[in-house]
Write a protein that binds this ligand. Structure first.
Ligand SMILES: [Zn+2]
Length: 379
């Protein structure tokens, strides 16, 4: 779940444990039906991936020249952290260049879609994106219009987090060694994660498990200590072991609150992971931690690293908790972001129902495109 500004924490907590914090004003939603080609092979994936990266690079070009005052108005952020914005832009342009290089390996001729121009670098990806947009064939014009809108909004979503960082911190940038985002994983490797559960017995968590088991898929469930305890009290440790069998369980803290300035962060961490370990439902050698809203301190990360554990963030945000996006465009958003980033950690919430619609489609897409899901125990 996302948070705009720290004072909203209080209102979120008053509203209830799984209430939604304020996210971006407008969520980037995609419409994959406008991509005119099938994506049935790894080569199809590379072709579409080139187009997505070039469209995103062009959107970055629209924003990167803005000064702090312009960004402040555009993003609705009072204080723009310019160092973070510069760092984010540099990292992201470097990633786009690497993505384009990987996706161009499949190019047989410069005349193929997204194959023209100089070898991609962080310095030239924006101009490659601009040249691509000017030369897109008529068959892909409707997609380009949609993608221009999508990446305009997505770049703003991401830039807003960078402008706020580190007050609050979030998944947008790392703070210290020992934080995993998935951004630097090998090409075509992805991992599923599900936050904020478990639901009461028979709820969304159980329905999601049925889908994962039927598809022989797995992921990491970042559970809240209080929710786990509540379900244990009404059922049993054995039923929780059965529920999470074949999956991995990490900690999302004792309650859903920012751990960036939380005085009791260590108690929250140790209480929740102690409970996970005591129930015998641990899938990883060390209990991994995902801070609510991605908000953590350097001290917290360093503490975990000292124990050989990690802060696990994400780089592909489904926005599934957000009422502004319906299941179909949310699924299309995720396909677009998997084509864009080519790797990484997908964030879902098992306490919301959209994952039940999106997951089977994502698994089908990944299978056709030759993508790999990392085993949750590999972290
Ligand atoms: Zn959460």
């Amino acid at each position: 779940m996302r948070l705009a500004i720290p004072f909203l924490v209080a209102s979120v907590l008053v509203a209830g444990p799984v209430a939604h914090a304020a996210g971006p004003k407008e969520v980037a939603s995609a419409d994959r039906s406008l991509w005119p080609d099938p994506i049935r092979t790894p080569k199809d994936f590379d072709r579409a991936s080139r187009a997505e990266n070039l469209a995103f690079a062009r959107a970055l070009g629209e924003l990167e020249g803005s000064d702090a005052a312009t960004l402040s108005t555009l993003l609705g952020v009072k204080q723009v952290h310019e160092d973070s914005v510069r760092r984010w832009l540099g990292e992201v342009k470097g990633r786009v260049a690497e993505n384009l290089k990987a996706a161009r390996v499949a190019c047989a001729a410069p005349s193929e879609l997204g194959c023209a121009g100089a070898a991609p670098t962080a310095a030239n990806v924006v101009s490659l994106g601009q040249a691509f947009a000017e030369d897109v064939p008529a068959s892909h014009q409707a997609w380009l219009e949609m993608a221009t809108r999508f990446y305009g909004l997505y770049a703003k979503e991401q830039l807003r987090l960078a402008a706020l960082f580190p007050g609050p911190t979030s998944e947008i940038l790392t703070l210290a060694p020992g934080e995993v985002t998935g951004s630097d994983w090998p090409d075509r490797q992805f991992l599923l994660t599900f936050d904020d559960g478990p639901t009461p017995a028979g709820g969304g968590t159980d329905r999601l498990m049925a889908i994962l088991k039927a598809r022989k898929a797995n992921g990491i469930f970042f559970v809240l200590g209080d929710s786990l305890k509540a379900r244990q009290t009404k059922t049993s440790a054995e039923s929780l072991q059965a529920l999470y069998q074949g999956q991995c369980v990490g900690s999302h803290g004792q309650t859903h609150t920012s751990h960036q300035k939380l005085a009791t962060w260590k108690d929250s961490l140790e209480g929740s992971r102690g409970l996970i370990a005591s129930l015998g439902i641990q899938g990883n050698a060390k209990v991994l931690f995902r801070p609510p809203y991605g908000q953590r301190s350097e001290e917290l990360t360093t503490f975990l690293k000292g124990e050989g554990a990690s802060v696990v963030l994400w780089n592909i945000d489904s926005q599934d908790w957000n009422a502004k996006i319906a299941p179909a465009p949310m699924t299309d958003r995720l396909v677009s972001l998997m084509l864009l980033w080519r790797r990484g950690i997908v964030l879902f919430h098992d306490v919301h129902d959209k994952v039940h619609v999106a997951l089977p489609q994502l698994l089908d897409f990944a299978s056709a495109a030759g993508l790999q899901w990392r085993d949750c125990k590999s972290l």
